[in-house]
Design a protein around this ligand. Structure first.
Ligand code: ADP
Ligand code: MG
Length: 328
């Protein structure tokens, strides 16, 4: 199958009703022609997965499609943006039709789940590399930045933390439960943790909901402490975090001991939850907004003037290195 037939069959076919998504010209011409709604700004982010660097050889195409898109769309969520368009650059070692077919089917599911429209891309030969560029909209001037945190703001996170790391551990150990011999997780818990790793659920609707109240936001891709450190750096502030307040899933607590669960919640990557700050006086308004929202939001600490990160451990505040944090 030649390159053009491949594009037609597996990517052009993913385009839905173009007029619905502001697409004047989609896949097939030299460029896509796209309409940004009035009073909105375009928000753009790009992510690449390289075989051997970001994923193991022979990772199923389906998983790659979900992880690629999940990670990219999560950046839009962190800005409080609504996903709109996707462009995709694929570098493939050979035209393996069964691989492309699986990838395309999963990409179709993921684009529908995240309500984003594929509008173009590039297909080349070479070592397996996947790049997604995502485009979304925010009301002009309303993008949620890393730079707005102020002393006294509450630090909050969405969902639960550490699950993706546990899912990865469970895959690497092939289901062994030796981490917590006293408390073996059910097959259902194990599946939940693995899905958290395979199929990240970017917090798109939560991001939009918190945007009017939050002072800063980031998505947790590299681990809470490392990502929070970016907010602290961009906002020129510090933070005090109470590890006992971290939201942990029942599945994570059944999978491992309390110390490990806490460590994974602080430093595990790829949860794709949001970490954001909210002025204390907006907390009540935020709670009202969140009343019927399914994703939990938990306050885990506060922003302070003193630079750096402190954790409440054994009854006192201890300074930790966010980036070099490995001594827990
Ligand atoms: P050009 O040589 O002008 O860059 P291409 O042959 O690379 O054109 O692409 C032809 C059309 O197919 C373009 O509209 C491009 O956006 C689209 N396309 C190519 N590869 C992909 C892909 N992997 N996914 C989606 N669209 C693609
Ligand atoms: Mg091209």
């Amino acid at each position: 199958m030649d390159e053009f037939a491949l594009i037609r069959q597996y990517f052009q076919s993913l385009q839905r009703d173009s007029s619905m998504c502001g697409v004047s010209v989609g896949i097939g011409d030299d460029c896509a022609v796209l309409n940004v709604p009035p009073d909105q700004q375009l928000v753009v982010s790009i992510d690449t997965l390289v075989e051997g660097t970001h994923f193991l050889p022979d990772t199923p195409a389906e998983q790659l499609a979900w992880r690629l898109l999940g990670a990219s769309v999560s950046d839009l969520a962190a800005m409080g943006a609504t996903p709109a368009w996707l462009t995709l650059a694929l570098t493939l070692p050979h035209a393996d039709e069964s691989w492309v077919s699986s990838f395309s089917a999963a990409l179709s599911d993921a684009t529908q789940e995240y309500k984003i429209q594929l509008v173009g891309g590039d297909t080349t030969r070479g070592p397996l590399t996947l790049t997604a560029q995502v485009h979304g909209f925010v009301q002009t001037g309303c993008a949620l930045l890393r730079s707005g945190a102020k002393s006294g703001d509450l630090v909050c996170v969405t969902g639960t933390l550490g699950d993706s790391r546990a899912g990865l551990e469970s895959l690497l150990s092939n289901g062994s439960t030796e981490k917590n011999p006293h408390n073996s997780p059910s097959a259902e818990n194990m599946e939940y943790l693995r899905q958290r790793f395979y199929r990240p659920l970017p917090r798109i609707s939560t991001g939009k909901l918190i945007a009017p109240f939050a002072s800063s936001c980031i998505d947790i891709s590299d681990g809470l402490l490392g990502d929070l450190a970016h907010i602290l750096e961009h906002s020129r502030v510090g933070a005090q975090i109470n590890p006992a307040a971290l939201p942990l899933s029942d599945a994570l607590q059944a999978f491992t001991d309390a110390g490990t669960a806490q460590k994974w919640a602080l430093t595990g990557g790829e949860d794709f939850e949001l970490c954001f700050t909210v002025p204390a006086e907006q907390w009540g308004n935020l709670q009202t907004q969140l009343q019927y929202h399914k994703v939990p939001v938990t306050a885990i600490g506060a922003i302070c003037d003193k630079p750096g990160l402190q954790l409440f451990q054994a009854g006192e505040w201890c300074s930790v290195e966010a980036n070099g944090y490995k001594h827990f």
